[in-house]
Design a protein around this ligand. Structure first.
Ligand SMILES: Cc1cc2nc3c(=O)[nH]c(=O)nc-3n(C[C@H](O)[C@H](O)[C@H](O)COP(=O)(O)OP(=O)(O)OC[C@H]3O[C@@H](n4cnc5c(N)ncnc54)[C@H](O)[C@@H]3O)c2cc1C
Length: 324
């Protein structure tokens, strides 16, 4: 193997967590770090949400004490990274990791398939929303009126399409409030949020995001089930307490699963069915040279949490590579 392809640390995924790990390692004097990203752009999920004149910023930057656009947040991370000697490999999708040989197989859009080795590997591949098939119950004529928050955000932010005028959002986490804010800003008449909880999961975000508006979406607590009313496209949803909410479509939010296929393929210990890689207090998987950071760890966290988690993981990775 050519020495070009030997690194001290390889980080898979250049979202807020992976960039946090890279910056944390540099701060600790660790050299020969490569950040591998399958997309052409780095920044992960925040980089998808473009800055728009009439848009709603929903990414928090505590350091600057502001709520900013995803694209600006990604740009801020990128700028910090450009002052380091971290190697960035874009358009490079990792297909496999081999913990015994400490090698990674990836495919790069120009160079084709190649193998690299690293003393430590960090999985920072993020999480994704469940597909309709994984949800199981989303079938039949009305599934066309059920949106996943990420697809809906892409329609609104990247294509200026507003498919719902009276949406009901199921879930009350950060993501649910981000999508509710964008729906309202894009012209939705009324947005309702329902959840089986007593209070919104992310009350802080509900306050932050709606500071810019005159009214917050109405929150319906303790909802265990909903029934659609209307033939074909729904005209309303009826909650289990009998409340009827006018509605032309549903947005599902917050049911994320870790992008942990690489750990699964490498036969590392996983929690099933959540698909979280099992880590110790040092963020190491069942193979000590492999670490995990950010949303791949499970739960659902904002971009800033993932960035700070990446810095924390970097401390443990630095200790590991320094001690050989
Ligand atoms: C729909 C949605 C809306 C959100 N809205 C907000 C919001 O408004 N405000 C907020 O603060 N947070 C928001 N979040 C949360 C925030 O974006 C995430 O918590 C954060 O981006 C997670 O950081 P991460 O680095 O763990 O993962 P990601 O940002 O997902 O980055 C993971 C990176 O890994 C790359 N990758 C994955 N697999 C491979 C592979 N095999 N090879 C190479 N590269 C790979 C991906 O391309 C990606 O760039 C939202 C999340 C979602 C899903």
């Amino acid at each position: 193997m050519n020495s070009e392809h030997k690194f001290n640390v390889a980080i898979i995924g250049a979202g807020p967590a992976g960039i946090g790990v890279a910056l944390g390692l540099t701060k600790r004097g660790i050299k020969s770090v490569v950040l591998i990203e399958r997309n052409d752009d780095i920044g992960g999920v925040p980089s998808i949400y473009k800055k728009k004149k009439s848009g709603i910023p929903t990414f928090i930057n505590w350091i600057r004490g502001r709520v900013i656009f995803g694209e600006d947040y990604a740009g801020w991370l990128h700028q910090k990274l450009s002052k380091t000697d971290v190697r960035i490999w874009r358009a490079s999708k990792v297909l496999r990791i081999d913990p015994e040989r400490k090698s990674i197989t990836l495919v790069n859009s120009e160079k084709g398939p190649l193998d690299i080795t690293a003393n430590a590997v960090v999985l920072a591949c993020g999480a994704r929303e469940k597909s309709p098939v994984e949800f199981g119950w989303l079938s039949g004529a009305r599934s066309g009126r059920i949106f996943f928050s990420k697809n809906l955000l892409e329609l609104i932010d990247q294509h200026d399409i507003l498919p719902l005028k009276k949406p009901v959002v199921i879930g009350s986490d950060l993501n649910a409030y981000a999508i509710a804010a964008k729906l309202k800003q894009s012209g939705a008449e009324k947005v309702a949020i329902i959840d089986n909880r007593q209070r919104p999961k992310s009350p802080l975000f509900s306050r932050l995001y709606f500071r810019l508006w005159k009214s917050k979406p109405k929150f319906h607590a303790h909802v265990e089930s909903v029934t659609f009313k209307g033939n074909g496209a729904p005209s309303a949803v009826v909650l289990d307490n009998g409340t009827s909410i006018p509605c032309d479509g549903i947005v599902l939010s917050g049911d994320l699963i870790p992008n942990s296929e690489l750990a699964l393929l490498a036969r590392l210990k996983m929690d099933i069915p959540s698909r979280k890689p099992m880590v110790n207090s040092n963020f190491q998987l069942s193979e000590p040279a492999i670490f995990a950071a950010g949303n791949i760890l499970g739960g659902f966290h904002g971009a800033e949490w993932c960035y700070f988690n990446g810095l924390k993981v970097a401390k443990k990775v630095a200790e590991y590579v320094k001690n050989g």
